[in-house]
Design a protein around this ligand. Structure first.
Ligand code: XMP
Length: 330
């Protein structure tokens, strides 16, 4: 790749040529979409509209954080509250690939409405190399149908512009730092958001549990890193498992939910090693989760697998097994 500065200059020039009308971008607040938005804003100013869709699946405080980022960039933006629409579309869906499809579809519908209202002819996306490599093409197996890849432009009749298509995450982070984009130090977060971390059905109740657990994990790990107890992992979060297991409350057996903590170091998400979190930090997370969330969670586990053989996110085996090119280990 070119140096970050040169990449920024060249890309802004290129976007000025490519985007001849109004453009729209969906921003999740993650580094990829934010960098793409800032580059496009520098190229076309108010001809760009940035949309943040609140799908009800975002992390604690995220919507307000994203609002703050938009305000800091001075770009045209809109925050759309579509959480009810998403939850009703997800009712009864528990298979991971189906969740991704439903969320992707719903997202397209909400976004399409906004694009029409604005009269956008161009669609800017923060797609980066691992997104399309892992989504499969002629050569690669489909690992996951990442929702920001596929069908969008054809269906919506807009011209697709992907300024970060050839970059890897670490390169995008360098550019973000150079652009002063606040998202640069945020950890990567999947497009389908907390739905991926709710194994089983994505209900408002399940999302509330995983949201709170993710918040505690992020909070404790950030504090521990700031205090020099550990390095900040590349990605760190909580997963809500779909079954209940037995515990004790007072003198009774009580069945509660299990939270798995995942923290990994990685360069680009393609491979990863699990973080050697100090025991006292694991202990604080476990105690806090089971105390503050005692009405729902009674067990906390830490995932000590690398990628491969595991992936970074967890996923339940889909029933009916519709995933292309996957095998089931007996
Ligand atoms: P896995 O679980 O495949 O994750 O090892 C690699 C990286 O990709 C993120 N991830 C996703 N990102 N849509 C996304 O935009 C998805 O469906 C998705 N699934 C996983 C994951 O958080 C990690 O950073």
């Amino acid at each position: 790749m070119l140096g970050a500065e040169e990449f920024i200059e060249d890309t802004i020039e290129d976007l000025k040529q490519k985007i001849s009308g109004k453009a729209i971008i969906a921003c999740s607040g993650g580094v990829d979409s934010m960098v793409a938005a800032v580059l496009a804003h520098r190229a076309v100013g108010d001809r760009l509209l940035a949309i943040y869709v609140d799908n009800g699946l975002m992390r604690k405080g995220e919507t307000e954080e994203v609002r703050g980022m938009f305000e800091a960039t001075g770009m045209n933006y809109e925050i759309v509250d579509a959480s009810e629409e998403f939850f009703s579309a997800l009712a009864g869906v528990s298979e991971p690939e189906r969740k991704r499809k439903v969320i992707g579809e719903k997202f397209i519908r909400v976004f399409e409405r906004k694009a029409k209202e604005f009269g956008a002819e161009f669609l800017v996306q923060g797609t980066i190399a691992p997104d399309w490599i892992e989504s499969g093409d002629d050569v690669r197996d489909t690992i996951k149908s990442h929702h920001n890849v596929g069908g969008l432009p054809k269906e919506m009749g807009m011209t697709l512009v992907e300024p970060l298509r050839d970059l890897y995450k670490d390169e995008v982070r360098d550019i973000a730092r150079m652009l002063g984009v606040g998202a640069s130090e945020r950890q990567p977060f999947p497009g389908p958001a907390l739905a991926v971390r709710c194994l089983g059905e994505v209900t408002p109740e399940n999302v509330a549990i995983v949201r709170e657990a993710c918040y505690i994990v992020e909070d404790e790990i950030r504090k521990a890193a700031a205090a020099g107890e550990m390095e900040l992992p590349w990605q760190y979060f909580a997963v809500l498992l779909p079954s209940k297991s037995v515990g004790v409350q007072g003198d009774r057996r009580a069945y509660g939910r299990t939270i798995a903590i995942r923290a990994v170091s990685s360069i680009d998400g393609m491979t990863a090693t699990y973080s050697r979190i100090p025991l006292q930090v694991l202990d604080r997370m476990s105690v806090r989760i089971t105390n503050e969330m005692k009405d729902s969670v009674n067990r906390v586990v830490y995932d000590i697998t690398n990628k491969p053989p595991a992936t970074i996110e967890w996923e339940r085996l889909p029933s009916g097994f519709t995933t292309k090119n996957a095998i089931e280990i007996p």
